[in-house]
Design a protein around this ligand. Structure first.
Ligand SMILES: Nc1ncnc2c1ncn2[C@@H]1O[C@H](COP(=O)(O)OP(=O)(O)OP(=O)(O)O)[C@@H](O)[C@H]1O
Length: 246
């Protein structure tokens, strides 16, 4: 993003942001409530239009970008398919869509990737359950699995650990470590990094629509005075995390 500006409802929410993410980086986007973190990552993906400036994904503006299988997005909340009953497996399998040929049934590779993603978030035994019955933290795990299932090169995650129990946060840290070791790129918005602090390679701080700090992970420690994992979800199964591509 170069000189990125975004206005929502007449208010300027991003006020001139320059951000370049290189392959293999694990970037945490930090900052206070309402500072513009979500708007920043959403506009990087073309989900929110810029009012000025430009964004390129692999050198192409989002509206002309066609290689969406390279990008996995974990939104803050499960909204897609709202009201339509869907199982955990169906939502996770939708992460394969950008990889599939139109109107072709799921291949063995599709099914294997979905199974692997379900195992990584320890939801394999609940794959047939409806997603709307899940807690917020469990829905977050489904959204993470959906992105994993697509096996993208870049993961953009908006508060992936919000409302998620400590064990899942640990598993996600392990997952991100594996992805980073494979050379994947991660941009994640976080309020509290918790166990993810040890995985990031760079921290960016957004304050009032501007990037006010951009540098090594040590910045994050200084910004985050209160680092305590959420514990609103009861986890009884060991979490395995994402295994390297076989
Ligand atoms: N659709 C919208 N219309 C108007 N204002 C919006 C809209 N979406 C977000 N905002 C405002 O833009 C500002 C930035 O929001 P954004 O969600 O990007 O911040 P954030 O840093 O991600 O916050 P949080 O940590 O609470 O998720 C906030 O003041 C928010 O109220």
């Amino acid at each position: 993003m170069t000189g990125g500006r975004v206005s929502l409802d007449t208010r300027e929410v991003l006020r001139g942001v320059d951000l370049t993410v290189e392959p293999g980086e694990v970037v945490a986007v930090l900052g206070p409530n309402g500072s513009g973190k979500s708007t920043l990552v959403r506009s990087l993906l073309g989900l929110v239009p810029l009012t000025a400036g430009s964004v390129e994904l692999y050198g192409v503006p989002p509206r002309r970008f066609r290689d969406w299988k390279r990008v996995g997005y974990v939104p803050q909340r499960l909204t897609a398919g709202g009201g339509v009953p869907a199982t955990i497996r169906e939502v996770v399998a939708s992460g394969r869509i950008a990889r599939q040929k139109r109107l072709r049934p799921a291949s063995a590779a599709d099914r294997a990737a979905v199974d692997r993603a379900l195992r990584a978030v320890s939801l394999a035994d609940r794959a047939g359950d409806p997603v709307h019955a899940l807690s917020g933290g469990q829905q977050q795990r489904v959204l993470i699995a959906r992105a994993l299932a697509g096996e993208p090169d870049v993961y953009v995650m908006d508060e992936p650990t919000a409302g998620v129990d400590a064990a899942t946060q640990q598993a996600l840290a392990g997952t991100l470590r594996t992805l980073a070791a494979e050379g994947r790129t991660v941009v994640l918005v976080a309020h509290e990094l918790g166990p993810l602090a040890s995985v990031i390679t760079r921290a960016v701080v957004v304050t009032d629509g501007l990037i006010t700090q951009d540098g090594p992970p040590s910045i994050a420690a200084a910004v985050q005075e209160h680092c305590h994992p959420h514990a609103d979800e009861d986890v009884r199964v060991p979490l395995s995390g994402w295994k390297p591509t076989p």
